[in-house]
Design a binder for this molecule. Structure first.
Ligand SMILES: [Zn+2]
Length: 141
């Protein structure tokens, strides 16, 4: 694994500390690498009414997008109930769709970990045939 991927995963694991997950106890951290080299992190934010809950991936993405970033290379996601990330925490469908809006599905990497094991997937593998702007423009034929 490249040093950059390792560093990004370490930042995702550290971002778990920013999580607000009093209901599930499932703390998730994400670290988003922009093509300009900048990194945005996020932790999941739960809510007593459940539906306002936001995943760590979207917190990181929205922070970056709100600051004008539009070009992204990869996102590392680390999560679980315990102190250690002992299971692969893959992004939910809503987060995959948000990634699809801003990231090239053929190059954008999603990194997930289980302990020290890191797997990486192209966004296209996680969201095949995803809905894009092309669909709205009638160009997805
Ligand atoms: Zn999600």
């Amino acid at each position: 694994m490249s040093l950059q991927k390792k560093n990004l995963m370490e930042l995702a694991q550290k971002a778990r500390e920013t999580s607000y997950a009093p209901y599930s106890g499932y703390q998730v951290g994400a670290a988003l690498l922009c093509k300009d080299g900048s990194i945005y992190t996020g932790g999941n934010i739960e809510n007593a009414a459940f539906s306002p809950t936001v995943c760590a991936e979207r917190v990181a993405l929205f922070k970056a997008i709100n600051e004008g970033k539009r070009n992204f290379s990869a996102i590392a996601v680390a999560g679980g109930k315990g102190k250690d990330c002992d299971e692969y925490c893959t992004p939910c469908g809503v987060c995959r769709q948000v990634m699809q809006e801003f990231c090239d599905p053929d190059t954008f990497l999603v990194l997930v970990c289980q302990g020290k094991e890191v797997r990486s997937y192209l966004l296209r593998e996680l969201l095949p045939l995803g809905f894009r702007q092309n669909n709205l423009e009638g160009k997805n034929k």
